[in-house]
Design a binder for this molecule. Structure first.
Ligand SMILES: N[C@@H](CCC(=O)N[C@@H](CS)C(=O)NCC(=O)O)C(=O)O
Length: 307
C-alpha cells in the first residue's frame, strides 16, 4: 500500500533530498506538486502555517522539515536506513550543519549565474516571507567572492572525506550524503557547466552521480484536494516512540505550545503538545475542515515555547 504523500515542487532542492530518500528506499509515493511560493491554500491548513517545502503527509500525520521527514521514513521503512550502522547522530548532525552553513552562500553562487531569470515576485517573497534577505543578483553580487570561498572551503572537507570511500560513511548513502548533495544539485541543475570549475567539483562528480542515479522511487501524481481529503478522513496515529513528558524543557502533554523555525520563514505554529523528546516534537491541531492532525517537527532548528 502506498500511503506516503509528498508536498513539494520540482526545483526545491530540499524536496530533491526527500525524493532521493524515497528512491533509496525503493518506495511508491503520492506526489502533490505545490507552488514555488505561497499561497498554498490546501497545504497551510495541514501545516498550521509552516511554510517551507517539502512537507510529508501520512494520513493525518504531517512531517515538517527534512530533519523530521528523513527519520520518519527510516522509522516507517527501516530496511534501507539513511543512518548506516555507526553513523547515527553524526549523519544527522553533519547534514544539519552543512545545510545551515551552505544555504545562503549556495544561493549567492546560484544567482550569480541565473539571477536575471528569477521573477521579481519570487525575489520579493524570499525577502519578505522566507530568508529576509534580498537574493537578487545585484544585491548578492558584492558577496560573490566571499560565497565562493565559503562553499569551496566546505567542499574541501567533503572531498577529503570521500577520497577513501564511496559515501561519507562507507558503502551506502546516508542522511549526511543527501544533505551535502542537495546543495550541489541546486547549483549543477541550474548553472552552466563552468560552475564545476569555479567550485573545483571534479573529484566529487563520481559521488554526485552515484546519488543522482538513485532516482525518486515510484511517484504517482495526486491533487492537493485528494491529499486534503486523505487527512480529513484519517485520524493521527497514536504516538508511541516519544513520551508525553519527554520534552527536554519540561513541557507536558496537553500544554499549548508554539513551534517556530529559528532560522528563516519564522511563522509560529500553535498546537497542543502530544509528546516530545530530544529529536522530535509532536503537536496536535484541530483544523475546521481537515479535523485532527498531528504535526511532527525536529528539535534542531526550531524553538518550542509554552503558548
Ligand atoms: N530546514 C528545512 C529547509 C527547507 C527549505 O528552506 N526549503 C525551501 C525550498 S528548497 C523553501 O521552503 N523555500 C521557501 C518556500 O518554498 O516557501 C528543511 O530541511 O526542510
Amino acid at each position: 500500500m502506498c500511503d506516503i504523500i509528498l508536498h513539494h515542487y520540482p526545483f526545491s532542492s530540499f524536496s530533491e533530498k526527500v525524493r532521493t530518500a524515497l528512491g533509496f528506499k525503493g518506495l511508491a509515493w503520492h506526489s502533490v506538486e505545490i507552488a514555488g511560493l505561497p499561497p498554498r491554500p490546501l497545504l497551510s491548513p495541514l501545516t498550521g502555517g509552516y511554510r517551507r517545502a517539502p512537507v510529508l503527509q501520512v494520513g493525518a500525520d504531517i512531517y515538517c522539515d527534512t530533519n523530521a521527514i528523513l527519520p520518519a521514513l527510516d522509522c516507517l521503512h527501516p530496511r534501507t536506513t539513511l543512518c548506516p550502522a555507526g553513523s547515527e547522530g553524526v549523519a544527522q548532525g553533519l547534514g544539519f550543519a552543512w545545510e545551515r552553513q551552505m544555504w545562503v552562500p549556495t544561493i549567492g553562487v546560484l544567482v550569480h549565474y541565473i539571477g536575471e531569470h528569477i521573477p521579481p515576485e519570487f525575489i520579493k517573497d524570499r525577502k519578505e516571507g522566507y530568508l529576509m534577505i534580498d537574493i537578487s543578483k545585484e544585491a548578492m553580487a558584492p558577496q560573490f567572492e566571499q560565497h565562493v570561498q565559503f562553499v569551496r572551503a566546505q567542499l574541501g572537507w567533503l572531498k577529503q572525506a570521500l577520497k577513501a570511500r564511496p559515501f561519507l560513511f562507507g558503502e551506502a548513502p546516508s542522511a549526511a550524503d543527501l544533505a551535502c548533495w542537495q546543495t550541489l544539485w541546486l547549483l549543477r541543475k541550474n548553472c552552466p557547466p563552468e560552475v564545476d570549475a569555479l567550485l573545483g567539483l571534479a573529484p566529487l562528480v563520481p559521488w554526485y552521480d552515484r546519488i543522482a542515479a538513485i532516482g525518486h522511487g515510484t511517484p504517482t501524481a495526486m491533487t492537493a484536494e485528494q491529499a486534503f481529503e486523505v487527512a480529513r478522513a484519517a485520524q493521527p496515529v497514536p504516538v508511541t516512540h516519544l513520551s508525553p513528558d519527554g520534552d527536554p524543557g519540561g513541557l507536558k502533554a496537553g500544554c499549548p505550545v508554539t513551534v517556530i523555525p529559528d532560522d528563516n520563514a519564522r511563522v509560529s505554529v500553535s498546537g497542543t503538545l502530544v509528546a516530545a523528546g530530544e529529536h522530535e516534537i509532536v503537536i496536535h491541531r484541530k483544523d475546521a475542515q481537515a479535523g485532527d492532525l498531528h504535526l511532527h517537527f525536529p528539535r534542531v532548528g526550531f524553538d518550542v515555547q509554552a503558548a
